[in-house]
Design a protein. Structure first.
Lengths: 160, 356
């Protein structure tokens, strides 16, 4: 159902002047992570930050996880934190299930999140489950509906 | 006698260029200070006991200034656990908010003086360890000036001791200090201090770690933590003093034992809550989460209940059964009500009565 083909073909969403691109072959979670079948193990699904999240974060300096893999997690459970040029934020689980492994490369240097967000910058892998994610059209519809609110949130915090 | 001092710079695990720049600006600012050696290591909390970095730190003989992104207490007791011991050196560069709290904490300490602390029975190396928290300022000069002040203070003390041995002090100390030359390099000339800096840079990557750090100036060896933790992190030494025996058995992200410690002696330096990470804010040996007063959602859970929940999450994660409040939950809960109320209790009761 999910595969990593079609990385080249993308659907675009304008974040102001910035054109965020989303591969057609990927699926998406509402917390702005992408989902594909793991290229290393067909029993696993792989997650990473979609362009929308990376654009808001900008340069990522530090990524830390609150748990060791493997570990069972609940949807929206706090699983880690991230520090970037523009933000500090907690990270939450995109769905319930078994988190099998984290991308160890990012612990030493998280810059792959910026350099290759849909490839080497992947975050973690989970056991395949029956969770239904959004396809690219549904995800971009979601962005349409949240973009105004996101802008208000950011401006609100900047003006504080 | 140790006349030179060593400055240890513990780097942030973050790649944040602003943090790296502050670290490097401090190193650069100390480079040409005679009598100050600099050792740069990765994040102190992450480096392992047998690593090159920790070995380098163990070889430092005299007084040490540790500059890190950790709270001062955390840095001090991480070193202590790695056999790098010494007395707490007083630093003047600290968080403004903390000074008042320190005064309160000292007062509370005075009231608690009847309690035996583990530190009272331990032999520490006869030197001082000064810990500076890089979170306090983003100006490198603030840290460089404080290092220079400590360096000069140490040199003055050495001279003072020599004077006493040689037949008394000829003038009041205050006067002596006010007439001392303002240039530290000048004042230290001829005392073996005019050697240029040695800079030792240790680079290694052993990954991130997560484990508790015990503050032995607070710990009373009550054993609540070893009773509570079901993952075999704690143990005792040859004289039955509690210690973190198997740090890497600890479950990442779980701070439960720090919540059950009646003396707030257990720190998790990377935890997002400052009180758990080793901040000196708040009064020692009082477990009150004021955040609920200031608008955090009231979940109605005590520290012990929260700790039991966190422990259950970890037990389930490794396929064991949850134990809830049935195992190792502090016995002190039972006799808590018998303890007579002190002024702080009254204050908290009043806060509870307020309709905030």
């Amino acid at each position: 159902m999910i595969d990593s083909s079609g990385r080249d073909a993308t659907k675009k969403f304008m974040m102001g002047e910035f054109e965020a691109e989303f591969p057609l072959g990927f699926q998406y979670a509402k917390n702005h992570m992408w989902v594909i079948a793991s290229p290393d193990d067909s029993a696993l699904i792989r997650f990473g930050f979609a362009a929308y999240a990376v654009r808001l974060l900008q340069d990522v300096y530090f990524l830390d996880w609150l748990l060791d893999a493997p570990s069972k997690i609940l949807e929206s459970q706090e699983i880690g934190s991230i520090e970037s040029k523009k933000a500090e934020s907690a990270l939450y689980a995109p769905c319930e299930g078994e988190l099998v492994r984290f991308n160890a490369e990012l612990m030493e240097d998280p810059s792959a999140i910026n350099v290759d967000k849909y490839g080497e910058g992947w975050l973690f892998e989970m056991q395949k489950s029956d969770t239904v994610f959004l396809n690219v059209d549904q995800y971009v519809d979601l962005l349409d509906s949240v973009w105004a609110k996101t802008q208000r949130t950011i401006k609100g915090q900047v003006n504080e | 006698m140790a006349k030179r001092i060593s400055v240890v710079v513990s780097q942030s695990p973050s790649k944040n260029p602003a943090k790296r720049k502050l670290e490097e600006d401090i190193v650069a600012g100390l480079l040409f200070e005679n009598g100050i050696d600099v050792t740069i290591v990765p994040n102190l909390y992450d480096i392992k006991p047998e690593s090159t970095g920790m070995l380098a730190l163990r070889q430092i003989a005299g007084n040490v200034v540790v500059v890190s992104w950790l709270f001062e207490r955390a840095a001090h007791w991480i070193l202590d656990r790695n056999a790098i011991t010494g007395h707490v050196g007083e630093v003047l560069l600290k968080n403004d908010d903390e000074e008042e709290d320190d005064a309160d904490a000292e007062q509370a300490d005075d009231e608690d003086d009847d309690k035996d602390r583990v530190i009272d029975s331990r032999s520490l190396k006869n030197r001082k360890i000064y810990c500076l928290d890089l979170k306090i300022s983003n100006r490198a000069e603030d840290f460089i000036d404080e290092v220079k002040r400590i360096h000069q203070e140490n040199a003055v003390q050495v001279v003072g001791l020599g004077d006493i041995i040689n037949g008394g002090i000829s003038q009041p100390i205050g006067e002596r200090m006010s007439t001392a030359p303002s240039d530290p390099a000048l004042s230290l000339e001829g005392s073996g201090l005019d050697q240029p800096s040695i800079v030792n840079r240790v680079e290694e990557s052993g990954g991130r770690r997560w484990y508790p750090v015990i503050d032995y100036s607070r710990c009373t060896n009550c054993m609540e933590c070893i009773d509570f933790c079901l993952f075999g992190v704690y143990g005792v030494d040859a004289v039955d003093t509690i210690l973190v025996e198997q740090p890497d058995n600890c479950r990442k992200g779980c701070p439960a034992c720090s919540r059950v410690c009646p003396e707030n002696a257990i720190m998790f330096p990377q935890h997002k809550t400052p009180a758990i990470a080793g901040s000196s804010d708040g009064v020692a040996s009082m477990k009150i989460d004021l955040s609920q007063l200031f608008g955090a959602p009231a979940d109605g859970k005590s520290a012990e209940e929260l700790a039991a929940l966190e422990r259950d999450e970890q037990l389930i994660a490794v396929g064991r059964d949850a134990v809830g409040m049935t195992a190792g939950v502090p016995r002190r809960q039972e006799d808590k009500s018998e303890r007579s109320k002190d002024g702080l209790d009254d204050l908290v009761d009043q806060l509870n009565d307020l309709d905030i």
